[in-house]
Design a protein around this ligand. Structure first.
Ligand code: HMG
Ligand code: MG
Length: 286
């Protein structure tokens, strides 16, 4: 089995979307430019959602047009609907993501739609992105627990994940949105999802609210998952998931993976520079 693991950097999107105070577009661009030298293949740095719902991401088009596009790096954006996709294509996002939930409560709070309605809304987005030659990733939130509905059934996660895959998503990222998962609940969830989707098409997306994200990543590795989302400096949270802390920090995931004998291809010195920059942006906005 390969010893290579990819970290998908989501800090400039998942990290910054939750910052309450406005962060200057130039600072966001500088963070992405720094991350572009760290060795990532994919960096999520934009979100074409409603600016009324997430004001911090309102300048996503400016971010995508201001960054230096490093060779071999795909710059990704969230697209909840056709309007989001049109904006993302106009801004030349290299890939886009649709994002659903395994729980009804979070689906309603986050995207103002039931799970069934959201899947109906995503299908034409995925088809149009494919027609435009842009890869589509799928997120499933609340794969273990929901801030509104409590525990989530693994079979329900498998159902939503499979629906997104069938729509044409090239990879499904499984989100522990509020960071409350335990290794045993992750194990059960991945048992169910792994029965309907091969591990090569899965990614783990762990928030670190309870400090268990690295242990949960280890469980996912045992299930064959080889892609993990993380945010430099542990930035993040979700404005519609009360209590969600930051994503697991990219530097911490890199270190744990190296200790376990995996390679990430990332340059830790650059990562530390980016983490310092991310933290400075955060404290200057406090
Ligand atoms: P809605 O209010 O139901 O949308 O929101 P609507 O279609 O009724 O439109 C209402 C208004 O929004 C209209 O404007 C639209 O034009 C506008 P008005 O006529 O009132 O002036 N609008 C848009 N504007 C810009 N871009 C768009 C767009 N769409 C509509 N794409 C909607 C539905 C999905 C838009 C809204 O609920 C929304 O934007 N939600 C996003 C919430 C969000 O970004 N959450 C964080 C990201 S998810 C996450 O962090 C989890 C993840 O990390 C994984 C994990 O951790 O689990 C991915
Ligand atoms: Mg997240």
């Amino acid at each position: 089995m390969t010893k290579r693991v990819e970290i998908f950097e989501v800090g400039p999107r998942d990290g910054l979307q939750n910052e309450a105070v406005h962060i200057a577009t130039q600072d966001k661009i500088a963070l992405v430019d720094c991350l572009s030298d760290a060795g990532f293949s994919r960096i999520e740095c934009a979100s074409f959602v409603s600016p009324k719902w997430v004001p911090q991401m309102a300048d996503s088009a400016e971010v995508l047009s201001g960054i230096r596009r490093a060779k071999g790096v795909r710059y990704a954006a969230l697209t909840p609907n056709m309007k989001g996709l049109e904006r993302a294509l106009a801004a030349k996002a290299d890939e886009v993501a649709i994002f659903g939930s395994a729980s009804e409560g979070f689906s309603q709070a986050n995207i103002n739609a039931s799970i069934a309605d959201s899947l109906e809304r995503f299908a034409p987005v995925a088809a149009a992105a494919r027609d435009a030659g842009v890869p589509v990733r799928g997120y499933v939130s609340c794969v273990v627990e929901c801030p509104y509905d409590g525990a989530v059934e693994p079979a329900q996660v498998a159902r939503v994940a499979r629906a997104l895959l069938d729509m044409g998503c090239y990879e499904i990222s499984l989100g522990d949105t509020i960071g409350r998962a335990h290794p045993d609940s992750v194990d059960r969830m991945l048992g169910a999802v792994g029965a309907v989707i091969p591990a090569e098409k899965l990614a783990g997306h762990f928030h670190d609210t309870s400090g268990r994200a690295l242990d949960n990543i280890e469980v996912a590795l045992q299930h064959g998952v080889r892609v993990f989302d993380a945010a430099v400096g542990g930035l993040g949270g979700c404005p519609y998931a009360p209590g969600a802390a930051g994503n697991v920090a990219t530097e911490a995931v890199h270190r744990r993976l190296e200790q376990m004998g995996y390679e990430t291809g990332l340059n830790i010195a650059v990562l530390e520079r980016a983490a310092a920059r991310a933290q400075a942006m955060r404290s200057s906005s406090e």
